[in-house]
Design a protein around this ligand. Structure first.
Ligand SMILES: Nc1ncnc2c1ncn2[C@@H]1O[C@H](COP(=O)(O)OP(=O)(O)OP(=O)(O)O)[C@@H](O)[C@H]1O
Length: 252
């Protein structure tokens, strides 16, 4: 599954927000989209998952224009964890995750197994009967990732997927996404995390993509200073890793 954006411009309510964005996510790649608040990251992502239409340019998934695909076909190709959580309806966690199966012909027992597996992967297997509205922000975010996983697409879009998560769950989520091995485009704010987990990243500034490539090449102090208006300095500080990544722990 390949995502390919060519010259995508987007306006909202008559205001031009994104200008001529070129962006590619290859099969199996984990790509981050970073940039200052208000630069247009969510607007671009929303255009990829069809919440907005581009004013110009083409968004292709495996060569097909996503905005011309029937809704069900698009939903079989693209799963989304959006920034805004859905209205706090009275659905249970199981019902929310099962929504990921909507694009497919129902198969009760297979669907149930898939959804249970997806919830297990985000560490919420025991939450099936909880009412979604009663969950914490971080739990909601993980349930919505489970719904996206249950959708079994080859392309995953994530808008600030770690914003409500504590440091352990941030690492778990990023690790999980990387392990999925499916094409993923994620809006991230933490540049160190983006550099640690992503194959490549794109930097947006004022509606334009101003850089793209492997983190080590793109995230130079010069670029960070120009785009974010801060100085980037290498200093020793606490670095967080999953316990499972710790070689000492592995030996135990
Ligand atoms: N309806 C609208 N009318 C005018 N401007 C809008 C409208 N919707 C969004 N914008 C503007 O578009 C710009 C891009 O917003 P967007 O949410 O895409 O940014 P972002 O990069 O995702 O920001 P953040 O990091 O803060 O989430 C912002 O300046 C926002 O105020």
């Amino acid at each position: 599954m390949k995502l390919d954006l060519r010259g995508v411009s987007v306006g909202v309510d008559g205001h031009p927000i994104v200008h001529g964005a070129d962006l590619v996510v290859d099969d199996g790649e984990f790509v981050a989209l970073v940039g200052p608040n208000g630069c247009g990251k969510s607007t671009l992502l929303r255009t990829i998952y069809r919440a907005l239409r581009p004013a110009a340019g083409l968004i292709a998934v495996d060569g097909d224009d996503v905005h011309r695909l029937p809704a069900r076909q698009a939903a079989r190709r693209i799963a989304v964890v959006a920034q805004e959580t859905p209205a706090d309806l009275d659905f249970t966690v199981a019902e929310i995750v099962a929504m990921g199966r909507t694009p497919y012909r129902p198969d009760a027992s297979a669907d149930e197994k898939l959804c249970a597996g997806a919830l297990d992967r985000v560490g919420l297997a025991h939450y099936t009967d909880r009412v979604f509205a009663t969950l914490s922000g971080g739990e909601k975010q993980r349930v919505l990732l489970a719904r996206a996983l249950a959708q079994e697409t080859r392309l995953l879009l994530l808008d600030e997927p770690t914003s409500h998560l504590d440091i352990r769950h941030q690492l778990e989520l990023l690790h999980l996404v990387r392990e999925l091995g499916i094409a993923t485009l994620a809006v991230l704010h933490d540049l160190n995390q983006a550099a640690a987990f992503c194959d490549r990243l794109y930097v947006m500034d004022a509606g334009r993509i101003v850089a793209g490539g492997p983190p080590g090449e793109v995230l130079t102090p010069e670029l960070i200073s120009r785009v974010y208006g801060v100085r980037a300095v290498r200093r020793t500080q606490l670095v967080f890793e999953r316990l499972a990544d710790d070689p000492l722990t592995d030996e135990v």
